[in-house]
Design a protein. Structure first.
Length: 174
């Protein structure tokens, strides 16, 4: 990696900072048919499940990214920037023109780790596992679909809704 390979981003006329483009370009909607088939649910429910899984992946990404930045650059601060948080900008680093080979290697390692994290969190395996473990494939599922009771056991809200409907309580499942 060369200094000229380092990308930059600036927010609202502030100084530019080294940044990594973290926009997801993978066509996640390609997973909808796989989800519907695997979980025997409607395509509408599969899309909803995928939305929930992607939201979870996004939260997981930013948490993991913050840990990676702190691990490699302990004194720096990480920010999500851009209209849709498409840039991971790192503030508090020396000017890139002053970077030596060691600093450039650290940046390269950060970029590789960030890209690997993104690849995993957008993978079919991760998304399908999240959908399955949270039961988002069920009609009536909510983003926070599992409720932990005082005894530590978990209850699925979508399953409770389905039982209520079968019992004649007239709930509307959206």
């Amino acid at each position: 990696m060369k200094k000229s390979d380092v990308d930059f981003h600036n927010e609202y006329y502030r100084p530019s900072n080294p940044a990594i483009n973290v926009k997801v370009r993978e066509h996640l909607h390609n997973h909808v048919a796989t989800i519907a088939e695997r979980f025997k649910c409607s395509e509408k429910q599969a899309e909803k499940a995928l939305d929930f899984a992607f939201e979870m992946a996004t939260r997981d990404f930013w948490e993991q990214a913050e840990e990676l930045v702190k691990e490699i650059f302990p004194d720096a601060q990480m920010y999500s920037e851009g209209r849709s948080s498409g840039w991971l900008a790192v503030h508090g680093l020396p000017d890139v023109d002053t970077w030596d080979d060691d600093m450039l290697a650290k940046w390269s390692n950060l970029e590789k780790a960030i890209k690997a994290t993104m690849k995993y969190l957008c993978s079919a395996k991760y998304l399908l596992d999240a959908i399955e473990s949270n039961k988002w494939y069920l009609e009536g599922a909510e983003e926070y679909n599992l409720y932990e009771k005082k005894d530590g056991s978990k209850v699925c809200i979508a399953e409770l809704k389905q039982k209520a409907i079968k019992a004649g309580f007239g709930l509307v499942v959206r």
